[in-house]
Design a protein around this ligand. Structure first.
Ligand SMILES: [Zn+2]
Length: 103
């Protein structure tokens, strides 16, 4: 017989996005973490059941086009846009496809 096991009960609280959108990803992260700590402290101050914790999801994106960061399996270069490829080639001179094929 199949039974349903319910577990990991939790409350998820999503902070408001800042009115002023911070363009620097690191500054935005610091601001959001500060807001999460304020929310966490408020929950802990008003509730005696359970523990509060902060977390976030992350992924790597291209700073030029905003698409999820991926590397082309054959060329070993960024797979999203020419700007990322150009930057990669400037940072990795000699790492062109032709050189890789010789190896
Ligand atoms: Zn890109």
């Amino acid at each position: 017989m199949k039974i349903r096991i319910r577990q990991n009960y939790r409350v998820e609280v999503f902070p408001e996005e800042p009115f002023y959108k911070e363009k620097d990803p690191e500054k935005l992260h610091q601001r959001m973490m500060r807001d999460l700590e304020i929310l966490k402290a408020s929950i802990e101050r008003h509730c005696d059941i359970g523990d509060a914790c902060t977390s976030y999801d992350s992924e790597e994106q291209c700073s030029f086009c905003g698409i999820r960061w991926e590397i082309d399996k054959e060329t070993k270069e960024p797979a999203c846009c020419n700007a990322a490829i150009d930057e990669f080639q400037k940072e990795n001179p000699g790492a062109t496809l032709e050189n890789k094929e010789v190896e």
